[in-house]
Ligand binder design. Structure first.
Ligand SMILES: Cc1cc2nc3c(=O)[nH]c(=O)nc-3n(C[C@H](O)[C@H](O)[C@H](O)COP(=O)(O)OP(=O)(O)OC[C@H]3O[C@@H](n4cnc5c(N)ncnc54)[C@H](O)[C@@H]3O)c2cc1C
Length: 288
């Protein structure tokens, strides 16, 4: 189907962007790489008479060292993130995830901000960013605020973002000593059917001092396996490897996985368990 007619705006500053959003209200949508939005517009699932491109606004794609965290601009593409020296150095598990999204065309055009704001449930970044303790910076005409990645996605295509707000940056804490994180997913037709993210921190005595286990793509929003994460505290690596399958089983069983064209709920729970165990195994090894 052909796109319906729209006006394309290209503001060069955030105040100009907020002015356009205020002026056009629900008739406008921001546009980043367009890999999700243009498909929805072409299918006529969505229609906006005004599209406001973020691309001319300086700084929105920057990836910088912000002291205790790496700040990833919302307009950074998956490919730019996968190759950025700061991400490769401090967040190698996230660089690997970015390098595995979709295909090279989508990775070079699609942005992390677009991925998170669209909140398509079959996505890779949310679970891993939640496991890494990331915070999202949202900005509007009246100021900025931060939202934990863990709280940002409410469900299928629903987020905490308010009208008039845009996502400007994703702040990912630099890992502390002994911290290691990994993500594993299984996908069909590019998108993940189930993903598992694990972050494990070992103290100097070789005992686990912190852990986070998250499941993505299965339930509409990323889900934390909180009891399993608490259960491994104080264990050494061998004990974690032995105990984890039984520790995660009840929370995997409780996942509200719906049947859809990606598979049946039971199948997704099985994949989620396998992906999480693989991610945990990778996070539970000594860094090379
Ligand atoms: C064939 C295909 C395969 C894919 N496979 C995968 C996969 O394996 N794993 C995966 O995780 N993802 C996958 N994706 C999704 C891909 O990651 C997203 O399409 C991409 O990241 C979206 O970014 P974009 O810049 O193109 O967003 P756009 O399409 O420009 O925007 C998407 C939505 O987000 C809003 N938006 C964008 N940026 C902002 C912002 N900064 N602030 C506020 N709102 C904003 C827009 O208004 C729009 O509603 C796939 C997509 C395609 C088309």
């Amino acid at each position: 189907m052909l796109l319906r007619r729209f006006d394309l705006h290209k503001p060069e500053t955030l105040p100009a962007l907020f002015d356009l959003l205020d002026r056009h209200g629900e008739e406008a949508s921001v546009l980043a790489g367009g890999t999700e939005l243009l498909i929805a517009l072409k299918a006529r699932v969505l229609h906006y008479p005004h599209l406001i491109s973020l691309k001319a606004i300086a700084g929105l794609a920057d990836i910088v060292d912000a002291g205790d965290c790496i700040s990833i601009g919302a307009l950074a593409t998956h490919d730019a993130i996968a190759r950025h020296p700061l991400v490769c150095r401090y967040l190698p598990g996230y660089a690997a995830l970015s390098d595995n999204i979709a295909n090279i065309r989508v990775r070079c055009a699609g942005t992390l901000g677009g991925n998170l704001c669209f909140a398509e449930p079959h996505a890779d970044p949310p679970a891993m960013l939640a496991a890494l303790g990331a915070r999202l910076r949202l900005q509007s005409a009246t100021g900025s605020r931060e939202c934990a990645m863990a709280d940002f996605i409410h469900g299928d295509f629903e987020t905490d973002r308010q009208p008039g707000e845009i996502l400007t940056a994703i702040l990912v804490p630099k890992p502390v000593s002994g911290h290691r994180a990994a993500y594993r997913c299984y996908g069909a037709s590019h998108r993940p059917v189930a993903g598992g993210a694990a972050a494990i921190t070992m103290d100097e005595a070789g005992k686990c001092s912190a852990a986070a286990f998250w499941i993505g793509a299965v339930c509409g929003r990323p889900v934390a396996l909180e009891q399993a994460a608490l259960g491994v505290i104080g264990m050494d690596r061998a004990e974690i490897a032995q105990a984890l399958p039984a520790l995660i089983a009840p929370e995997i069983e409780a996942l509200e996985a719906s049947d859809d064209n990606h598979g049946a709920g039971d199948y997704k729970r099985h994949l989620a368990q396998t992906m999480l165990l693989r991610a945990a195994q990778a996070a539970n090894t000594v860094a090379a």
